[in-house]
Design a protein around this ligand. Structure first.
Ligand SMILES: C[S@@+](CC[C@H](N)C(=O)[O-])C[C@H]1O[C@@H](n2cnc3c(N)ncnc32)[C@H](O)[C@@H]1O
Length: 258
């Protein structure tokens, strides 16, 4: 049934329409996606799935390049799931929780950086296709470090480079952005971070968004131990968002879900 013809289409139906930007179909971008689809494992691919959620829930998350970083396959897959969820009147629509999670982290980062006077080191462990360095103006005096597997960081940089050539709407918000290729299950990731310019003595905001559950319990404990022990001025370690926060954010942004 075409609800728009009935004159009662809900705004969210319209806002979740799938529009694929032309940029997705350039030769370079197509080749980069082929690499993601054919060569990456599920861990690395999860970066694109998260970006797809930010792209499709664009009416609550302002991440204008999320489409490009998510890629055609993940956008179409998630869009299909959302349509199915809507059709089945599902209690939770696919991707919504990722959008809420991103909003929650955005607000916490803003509050913490602000409490530090605006200048901090911000380390994103498992940064994936996160574009906070380009999205959040609160980071303008901060040094941002994105840690992820080398393949993820390389493809992300290549996609952004391609985007830069064809859009004027991309600029860095923060003081500096450094990408650090490392596997945080290994013992040398802090060393790699330091070699890249990270200073343990400086105030640091650690972001572990959507990564802890990809680690075993002991690996997760080890990562948190390193963050706690080696970084003496760690101001805030944000590893997950709490039930209460989810509920509050859901009520605030998605009243139709209640
Ligand atoms: C679900 S994505 C989340 C990405 C990003 N934080 C976000 O919220 O959009 C998980 C990311 O963690 C990265 N990752 C998973 N295990 C990792 C590890 N052992 N070391 C470094 N990065 C890892 C993946 O490559 C992926 O980019």
């Amino acid at each position: 049934m075409d609800r728009s013809k009935q004159g009662n289409a809900s705004p969210e139906d319209h806002e979740l329409e799938l529009t694929l930007p032309n940029l997705l179909f350039t030769k370079t971008v197509r080749e980069l996606y082929a690499k993601i689809v054919n060569e990456w494992d599920f861990l690395r691919k999860s970066a694109c799935q998260t970006a797809a959620a930010r792209a499709l829930w664009k009416h609550v998350i302002h991440d204008p390049l999320a489409h490009v970083l998510a890629g055609e396959t993940y956008l179409i897959n998630l869009h299909e799931k959302i349509k199915k969820d809507r059709h089945n009147n599902a209690r939770e629509i696919s991707g919504v929780i990722l959008a809420v999670r991103t909003l929650w982290f955005d607000s916490k980062i803003e509050a913490v950086v602000d409490s530090l006077g605006g200048a901090a080191q911000v380390v994103l462990l498992g940064a994936g296709m996160d574009l906070r360095a380009y999205r959040l103006s609160c980071l303008k005096e901060s040094d941002v470090f994105e840690v992820d597997f080398p393949e993820v960081l390389q493809v992300k940089a290549a996609l952004l480079e391609e985007t830069l050539e064809s859009t004027e709407h991309l600029w860095l918000m923060e003081k500096s952005l450094t990408r650090v290729a490392a596997d945080i299950r290994e013992n040398d990731w802090v060393e790699k971070l330091q070699t890249s310019g990270f200073v343990p003595e400086k105030n640091t905001v650690w972001i572990l968004e959507g990564i802890i559950y990809y680690l075993s319990n002991s690996q997760a404990m080890q990562v948190l131990k390193i963050v706690g022990e080696k970084c003496t001025l760690t101001h805030s370690s944000l590893s997950r968002f709490h039930e209460q926060s989810i509920n509050n954010a859901l009520k605030c942004y998605f009243p139709f879900l209640q």
